[in-house]
Design a protein around this ligand. Sequence first.
Ligand SMILES: C[S@@+](CC[C@H](N)C(=O)[O-])C[C@H]1O[C@@H](n2cnc3c(N)ncnc32)[C@H](O)[C@@H]1O
Length: 307
Amino acid sequence: MDTSSNEIWMNASNYDDWETSRPLLFRDDMREMFFKWFRVTSSDQVLDCGCGTGVLTRFIAKGLYNGFITGFDLSRHFVDYGNVKIKEEGLDDKARILREDGYNLSFDDNSFDVIVNHAYLGVLSDNVAGLKEMIRVCKHGGHVSASVSARSFPKINWDGDCPFPYRDQLNELLEKQERIYQKITTFSVLKQDSSWNVMRFPKMFSMCGLKNITFHPYASGFSYSDSYWPDDFKKYLIKTGVGREIEILEQERENPLYAENHFTNEEFNELIHLYNLKQDHLIENINNHENWDWNASMHYIVTGTKP
Ligand SMILES: C[S@@+](CC[C@H](N)C(=O)[O-])C[C@H]1O[C@@H](n2cnc3c(N)ncnc32)[C@H](O)[C@@H]1O
Protein backbone atom coordinates (compact mmCIF):
# COMPACT_ATOMS: atom_id res chain seq x y z
CA MET A 1 0.00 0.00 0.00
CA ASP A 2 1.37 3.43 -0.95
CA THR A 3 0.68 5.75 2.00
CA SER A 4 3.05 8.54 0.88
CA SER A 5 0.21 11.12 0.72
CA ASN A 6 0.22 11.06 4.53
CA GLU A 7 3.47 13.09 4.47
CA ILE A 8 1.55 15.98 2.90
CA TRP A 9 -1.45 15.96 5.25
CA MET A 10 -0.03 14.87 8.60
CA ASN A 11 0.49 18.43 9.89
CA ALA A 12 -1.89 20.39 7.65
CA SER A 13 -3.43 23.45 9.30
CA ASN A 14 -4.94 25.52 6.45
CA TYR A 15 -8.29 25.84 8.28
CA ASP A 16 -9.52 28.82 6.26
CA ASP A 17 -9.41 26.92 2.97
CA TRP A 18 -12.24 24.67 4.15
CA GLU A 19 -14.11 27.10 6.41
CA THR A 20 -14.48 29.66 3.58
CA SER A 21 -15.14 27.38 0.62
CA ARG A 22 -17.21 24.47 1.96
CA PRO A 23 -20.22 26.42 3.28
CA LEU A 24 -20.86 27.36 -0.38
CA LEU A 25 -21.31 23.67 -1.18
CA PHE A 26 -23.05 22.42 1.95
CA ARG A 27 -25.85 24.96 2.24
CA ASP A 28 -28.54 24.57 4.86
CA ASP A 29 -31.20 24.87 2.15
CA MET A 30 -29.69 21.88 0.31
CA ARG A 31 -29.42 19.46 3.28
CA GLU A 32 -32.42 17.40 2.20
CA MET A 33 -30.87 16.80 -1.22
CA PHE A 34 -27.52 15.77 0.27
CA PHE A 35 -29.22 13.39 2.71
CA LYS A 36 -31.07 11.79 -0.19
CA TRP A 37 -28.00 11.41 -2.40
CA PHE A 38 -25.69 10.23 0.42
CA ARG A 39 -28.62 7.96 1.52
CA VAL A 40 -28.40 9.25 5.12
CA THR A 41 -31.42 9.09 7.42
CA SER A 42 -31.72 11.14 10.61
CA SER A 43 -31.12 8.13 12.87
CA ASP A 44 -27.97 6.81 11.15
CA GLN A 45 -24.47 6.28 12.51
CA VAL A 46 -22.43 8.18 9.93
CA LEU A 47 -18.68 8.39 9.26
CA ASP A 48 -17.15 11.42 7.46
CA CYS A 49 -13.69 10.47 6.16
CA GLY A 50 -10.81 12.96 5.90
CA CYS A 51 -13.22 15.55 7.26
CA GLY A 52 -10.64 18.37 7.67
CA THR A 53 -12.18 20.96 9.98
CA GLY A 54 -15.50 19.15 9.72
CA VAL A 55 -17.68 21.52 7.68
CA LEU A 56 -19.51 18.54 6.12
CA THR A 57 -19.55 16.74 9.50
CA ARG A 58 -21.37 19.68 11.14
CA PHE A 59 -23.67 20.09 8.12
CA ILE A 60 -24.81 16.46 8.44
CA ALA A 61 -24.99 16.63 12.26
CA LYS A 62 -27.55 19.45 11.94
CA GLY A 63 -29.88 17.10 10.05
CA LEU A 64 -29.61 14.16 12.47
CA TYR A 65 -32.32 13.39 15.01
CA ASN A 66 -31.06 10.47 17.08
CA GLY A 67 -28.19 9.59 14.75
CA PHE A 68 -24.54 10.46 15.29
CA ILE A 69 -21.70 11.46 12.96
CA THR A 70 -18.03 10.71 13.54
CA GLY A 71 -15.51 12.60 11.44
CA PHE A 72 -11.89 11.60 11.23
CA ASP A 73 -8.77 13.25 9.91
CA LEU A 74 -5.04 12.62 9.87
CA SER A 75 -4.14 16.16 10.91
CA ARG A 76 -4.25 16.71 14.67
CA HIS A 77 -4.67 20.47 13.97
CA PHE A 78 -7.86 19.90 11.96
CA VAL A 79 -9.20 17.47 14.59
CA ASP A 80 -8.69 19.93 17.46
CA TYR A 81 -10.05 22.90 15.50
CA GLY A 82 -13.05 20.89 14.23
CA ASN A 83 -14.00 19.74 17.73
CA VAL A 84 -13.91 23.36 18.96
CA LYS A 85 -16.30 24.33 16.11
CA ILE A 86 -18.61 21.40 17.00
CA LYS A 87 -18.78 22.65 20.59
CA GLU A 88 -19.27 26.28 19.54
CA GLU A 89 -22.22 25.24 17.36
CA GLY A 90 -23.75 23.14 20.18
CA LEU A 91 -23.47 19.91 18.21
CA ASP A 92 -21.44 17.78 20.65
CA ASP A 93 -24.36 15.41 21.25
CA LYS A 94 -24.47 14.65 17.51
CA ALA A 95 -20.89 14.83 16.27
CA ARG A 96 -17.22 14.33 17.15
CA ILE A 97 -13.96 14.29 15.23
CA LEU A 98 -11.21 11.75 15.86
CA ARG A 99 -7.63 11.51 14.73
CA GLU A 100 -7.40 8.44 12.50
CA ASP A 101 -5.41 7.28 9.51
CA GLY A 102 -7.87 6.39 6.74
CA TYR A 103 -5.56 3.61 5.52
CA ASN A 104 -5.83 1.83 8.86
CA LEU A 105 -8.98 2.78 10.79
CA SER A 106 -9.39 1.68 14.41
CA PHE A 107 -13.14 0.96 13.92
CA ASP A 108 -14.49 -2.61 13.83
CA ASP A 109 -15.81 -4.13 10.60
CA ASN A 110 -19.46 -3.23 9.83
CA SER A 111 -19.66 -0.30 12.32
CA PHE A 112 -21.44 2.50 10.40
CA ASP A 113 -24.71 2.82 8.46
CA VAL A 114 -23.37 5.43 6.04
CA ILE A 115 -19.86 6.52 5.05
CA VAL A 116 -19.36 9.89 3.34
CA ASN A 117 -16.52 12.19 2.40
CA HIS A 118 -15.81 15.27 0.36
CA ALA A 119 -12.48 15.73 -1.47
CA TYR A 120 -10.79 13.05 0.63
CA LEU A 121 -10.43 9.92 -1.52
CA GLY A 122 -8.88 11.93 -4.34
CA VAL A 123 -5.97 13.24 -2.23
CA LEU A 124 -4.80 9.72 -1.35
CA SER A 125 -1.77 8.07 -2.94
CA ASP A 126 -3.72 4.78 -2.84
CA ASN A 127 -7.40 5.52 -3.54
CA VAL A 128 -8.44 1.87 -3.70
CA ALA A 129 -6.91 1.10 -0.28
CA GLY A 130 -8.74 4.15 1.17
CA LEU A 131 -12.06 3.09 -0.36
CA LYS A 132 -11.68 -0.55 0.76
CA GLU A 133 -11.13 0.64 4.33
CA MET A 134 -14.32 2.75 4.10
CA ILE A 135 -16.21 -0.30 2.82
CA ARG A 136 -14.78 -2.50 5.59
CA VAL A 137 -16.23 -0.31 8.36
CA CYS A 138 -19.63 0.06 6.62
CA LYS A 139 -22.45 -2.32 7.63
CA HIS A 140 -23.82 -4.78 5.07
CA GLY A 141 -26.71 -2.97 3.39
CA GLY A 142 -25.14 0.36 4.36
CA HIS A 143 -24.01 3.05 1.92
CA VAL A 144 -20.64 4.48 0.91
CA SER A 145 -20.34 7.85 -0.88
CA ALA A 146 -17.74 10.21 -2.23
CA SER A 147 -18.46 13.84 -3.02
CA VAL A 148 -15.98 15.02 -5.61
CA SER A 149 -14.75 18.32 -7.05
CA ALA A 150 -12.22 18.44 -9.83
CA ARG A 151 -10.10 21.30 -11.12
CA SER A 152 -10.89 20.18 -14.64
CA PHE A 153 -14.63 20.80 -14.20
CA PRO A 154 -15.39 24.13 -15.91
CA LYS A 155 -16.05 27.07 -13.60
CA ILE A 156 -18.59 29.73 -14.57
CA ASN A 157 -17.73 33.36 -13.85
CA TRP A 158 -20.21 36.12 -14.59
CA ASP A 159 -18.66 39.55 -14.03
CA GLY A 160 -21.86 41.48 -13.42
CA ASP A 161 -22.77 45.06 -14.29
CA CYS A 162 -20.24 47.08 -12.32
CA PRO A 163 -17.31 44.75 -12.05
CA PHE A 164 -13.93 45.18 -10.44
CA PRO A 165 -12.22 47.74 -12.78
CA TYR A 166 -9.00 45.73 -13.19
CA ARG A 167 -10.71 42.40 -13.74
CA ASP A 168 -9.19 41.85 -17.22
CA GLN A 169 -5.63 42.30 -15.96
CA LEU A 170 -6.38 40.15 -12.92
CA ASN A 171 -8.01 37.36 -14.96
CA GLU A 172 -5.22 37.33 -17.52
CA LEU A 173 -2.50 37.01 -14.89
CA LEU A 174 -4.49 34.45 -12.92
CA GLU A 175 -5.00 32.28 -16.00
CA LYS A 176 -1.28 32.39 -16.74
CA GLN A 177 -0.37 31.52 -13.14
CA GLU A 178 -2.98 28.72 -13.07
CA ARG A 179 -1.60 27.21 -16.33
CA ILE A 180 1.88 27.07 -14.79
CA TYR A 181 0.49 25.72 -11.49
CA GLN A 182 -1.20 22.87 -13.43
CA LYS A 183 2.07 22.13 -15.22
CA ILE A 184 4.33 22.04 -12.15
CA THR A 185 1.91 20.61 -9.58
CA THR A 186 1.72 17.07 -10.90
CA PHE A 187 0.13 13.98 -9.33
CA SER A 188 3.56 12.92 -8.10
CA VAL A 189 4.23 16.33 -6.47
CA LEU A 190 0.86 16.03 -4.71
CA LYS A 191 1.59 12.34 -4.03
CA GLN A 192 -1.82 11.45 -5.46
CA ASP A 193 -2.71 8.34 -7.42
CA SER A 194 -2.92 9.31 -11.09
CA SER A 195 -4.45 6.03 -12.29
CA TRP A 196 -7.69 6.53 -10.35
CA ASN A 197 -8.24 10.21 -11.01
CA VAL A 198 -11.51 11.52 -9.54
CA MET A 199 -13.43 11.20 -12.84
CA ARG A 200 -13.04 7.42 -12.53
CA PHE A 201 -14.46 7.08 -9.01
CA PRO A 202 -17.85 5.65 -10.10
CA LYS A 203 -15.93 2.84 -11.83
CA MET A 204 -13.68 2.40 -8.77
CA PHE A 205 -16.83 2.02 -6.61
CA SER A 206 -18.13 -0.80 -8.78
CA MET A 207 -14.68 -2.42 -9.03
CA CYS A 208 -14.50 -2.50 -5.20
CA GLY A 209 -17.78 -4.46 -5.04
CA LEU A 210 -20.34 -1.74 -4.22
CA LYS A 211 -23.79 -2.24 -5.77
CA ASN A 212 -26.72 -0.01 -6.75
CA ILE A 213 -24.36 2.80 -7.69
CA THR A 214 -25.81 6.26 -8.33
CA PHE A 215 -24.15 9.38 -9.75
CA HIS A 216 -25.48 12.88 -8.95
CA PRO A 217 -23.80 16.01 -10.32
CA TYR A 218 -24.41 19.20 -8.32
CA ALA A 219 -23.29 22.81 -8.43
CA SER A 220 -22.18 25.35 -5.87
CA GLY A 221 -22.30 29.05 -6.53
CA PHE A 222 -21.81 32.40 -4.92
CA SER A 223 -22.65 36.07 -5.43
CA TYR A 224 -21.85 38.93 -3.06
CA SER A 225 -25.30 40.32 -3.99
CA ASP A 226 -27.13 37.18 -2.86
CA SER A 227 -29.32 37.93 0.18
CA TYR A 228 -29.09 34.27 1.24
CA TRP A 229 -25.67 35.02 2.77
CA PRO A 230 -25.43 37.30 5.82
CA ASP A 231 -23.14 40.34 5.47
CA ASP A 232 -20.86 38.97 8.18
CA PHE A 233 -20.20 35.86 6.09
CA LYS A 234 -19.56 37.99 2.97
CA LYS A 235 -17.04 40.11 4.90
CA TYR A 236 -15.41 36.94 6.24
CA LEU A 237 -15.09 35.63 2.67
CA ILE A 238 -13.59 38.89 1.42
CA LYS A 239 -11.10 39.26 4.25
CA THR A 240 -10.23 35.63 4.90
CA GLY A 241 -11.05 33.97 1.54
CA VAL A 242 -9.42 36.56 -0.71
CA GLY A 243 -6.75 37.03 1.99
CA ARG A 244 -5.98 33.32 1.75
CA GLU A 245 -5.60 33.56 -2.07
CA ILE A 246 -2.97 36.24 -1.44
CA GLU A 247 -1.25 34.07 1.19
CA ILE A 248 -1.13 31.11 -1.26
CA LEU A 249 0.42 33.35 -3.94
CA GLU A 250 3.06 34.50 -1.44
CA GLN A 251 3.93 30.83 -0.86
CA GLU A 252 3.82 29.91 -4.55
CA ARG A 253 6.22 32.70 -5.52
CA GLU A 254 8.96 30.91 -3.53
CA ASN A 255 8.80 28.02 -6.03
CA PRO A 256 11.67 28.48 -8.54
CA LEU A 257 9.70 26.51 -11.18
CA TYR A 258 7.54 29.62 -11.80
CA ALA A 259 10.57 31.63 -12.95
CA GLU A 260 11.69 28.67 -15.08
CA ASN A 261 8.26 28.73 -16.70
CA HIS A 262 8.43 32.50 -17.32
CA PHE A 263 6.18 33.74 -14.53
CA THR A 264 8.27 36.51 -13.01
CA ASN A 265 8.49 37.97 -9.55
CA GLU A 266 7.07 41.22 -10.94
CA GLU A 267 4.02 39.31 -12.18
CA PHE A 268 3.54 37.89 -8.66
CA ASN A 269 3.80 41.46 -7.28
CA GLU A 270 1.21 42.65 -9.78
CA LEU A 271 -1.14 39.74 -9.07
CA ILE A 272 -0.98 40.30 -5.31
CA HIS A 273 -1.47 44.05 -5.80
CA LEU A 274 -4.58 43.40 -7.95
CA TYR A 275 -5.98 41.00 -5.36
CA ASN A 276 -5.55 43.69 -2.68
CA LEU A 277 -7.39 46.17 -4.91
CA LYS A 278 -10.13 43.61 -5.49
CA GLN A 279 -10.50 43.09 -1.74
CA ASP A 280 -11.01 46.88 -1.29
CA HIS A 281 -13.47 46.96 -4.21
CA LEU A 282 -15.54 44.11 -2.76
CA ILE A 283 -15.69 45.70 0.70
CA GLU A 284 -16.73 49.06 -0.81
CA ASN A 285 -19.46 47.38 -2.85
CA ILE A 286 -20.82 44.99 -0.27
CA ASN A 287 -24.17 46.75 -0.21
CA ASN A 288 -24.24 47.51 -3.92
CA HIS A 289 -27.08 45.30 -5.06
CA GLU A 290 -26.67 46.46 -8.67
CA ASN A 291 -23.55 44.39 -8.98
CA TRP A 292 -24.86 40.94 -9.80
CA ASP A 293 -21.65 39.10 -10.46
CA TRP A 294 -21.59 35.40 -9.58
CA ASN A 295 -19.61 32.23 -10.03
CA ALA A 296 -20.44 28.56 -9.92
CA SER A 297 -18.61 25.25 -10.02
CA MET A 298 -19.55 21.63 -10.46
CA HIS A 299 -19.15 18.60 -8.24
CA TYR A 300 -20.66 15.13 -8.06
CA ILE A 301 -21.69 12.53 -5.51
CA VAL A 302 -21.21 8.84 -6.21
CA THR A 303 -22.90 6.39 -3.84
CA GLY A 304 -23.01 2.61 -3.62
CA THR A 305 -24.41 -0.01 -1.26
CA LYS A 306 -22.29 -2.66 0.50
CA PRO A 307 -23.90 -6.03 -0.33
C1 LIG B 1 -8.80 18.32 0.44
S1 LIG B 1 -8.94 18.11 2.17
C2 LIG B 1 -10.69 18.00 2.36
C3 LIG B 1 -11.15 18.26 3.78
C4 LIG B 1 -12.66 18.14 4.02
N1 LIG B 1 -13.17 16.85 3.65
C5 LIG B 1 -13.41 19.21 3.27
O1 LIG B 1 -13.80 18.98 2.12
O2 LIG B 1 -13.58 20.30 3.82
C6 LIG B 1 -8.41 16.43 2.37
C7 LIG B 1 -8.42 15.96 3.81
O3 LIG B 1 -8.06 14.58 3.87
C8 LIG B 1 -7.25 14.39 5.02
N2 LIG B 1 -6.45 13.17 4.83
C9 LIG B 1 -5.52 12.93 3.88
N3 LIG B 1 -5.02 11.69 4.04
C10 LIG B 1 -5.64 11.14 5.11
C11 LIG B 1 -5.54 9.89 5.78
N4 LIG B 1 -4.70 8.94 5.37
N5 LIG B 1 -6.34 9.68 6.83
C12 LIG B 1 -7.19 10.62 7.28
N6 LIG B 1 -7.33 11.83 6.69
C13 LIG B 1 -6.56 12.08 5.62
C14 LIG B 1 -6.41 15.65 5.06
O4 LIG B 1 -5.80 15.87 6.31
C15 LIG B 1 -7.43 16.72 4.69
O5 LIG B 1 -8.10 17.22 5.80
